[in-house]
Design a protein around this ligand. Structure first.
Ligand code: SF4
Ligand code: SF4
Length: 212
């Protein structure tokens, strides 16, 4: 936390996301908080300010994850920082090495909302996430939290792409939101303000976030 993270949690993923590193099945989940004031500048499209804020949060997360990795390696263990925002290329455009929300949920930091976003118990979805994989044995300090969206469907109703199904996460792992629709809409409508990769409407409208 003293390195600038807003939230930090630990867990044993129970699987190793990097095939070449089968011992790296523990994870440090890191979150940085986004600004309420900046999120309020999002309307029916992202703002230039939010776009910059989003990228700055990612850069900060990558820096914190780098520092944590160095600390872990200094302790004699291996570490693999997973970038805050990442795509594995044309074949897996919507996937990184690991969904950060998987580590965040298993660390007890929050739950996955109907928006498909991770909602931290403390800050809701007004955060960005990164993860460090390691072979340093780590135990979750809090139990996994259940989805707390209740009957709310505000994000589904507000999403201009129709990408949110309005369902809690499915037990069989089926997605409750369509990343392809989301991405297509952003590329078609938000090239000017979000470079086709940032929107934020589902964060802006979520009542769980209690924007001040
Ligand atoms: S980021 Fe925008 S387009 Fe994508 S799911 Fe959220 S509201 Fe819909
Ligand atoms: S807007 Fe409502 S349904 Fe969507 S993530 Fe937030 S609390 Fe859940």
């Amino acid at each position: 936390m003293e390195r600038g993270a807003s939230l930090v949690g630990f867990c044993d993923l129970g699987f190793a996301p990097v095939p070449e590193q089968p011992d790296l099945h523990y994870a440090v989940s890191i979150a940085v908080r986004l600004s309420d004031a900046v999120l309020k500048t999002i309307s029916d499209k992202p703002s230039f300010t939010y776009f910059h804020h989003y990228r700055t949060a990612n850069a900060k997360l990558d820096s914190v994850a780098f520092d944590i990795s160095e600390k872990i390696m200094e302790s004699g263990y291996n570490a693999f920082p997973v970038a805050a925002s990442q795509s594995l290329g044309k074949n897996q455009p919507y996937n990184g090495v690991l969904p950060h929300k998987t580590a965040a949920v298993l660390s007890g930091l929050g739950f996955v909302g109907k928006s498909g976003l991770f909602l931290s118990a403390k800050y809701g979805s007004k955060i960005r996430l990164a993860t460090v994989l390691t072979d340093m044995p780590l135990e979750a300090q809090s139990p996994v939290l259940e989805n707390a969206c209740g009957a709310c469907t505000v994000c589904r109703d507000a999403c201009p792409a129709g990408a949110i199904f309005g369902l809690p996460p499915q037990k069989d792992g089926t997605r409750n939101f369509d990343p392809e629709k989301c991405s297509k809409y952003m590329k078609e409508h938000f090239m000017d303000t979000g470079r086709g990769s940032v929107c934020g409407i589902c964060i802006r409208v979520c009542p769980y976030n209690k924007l001040r």
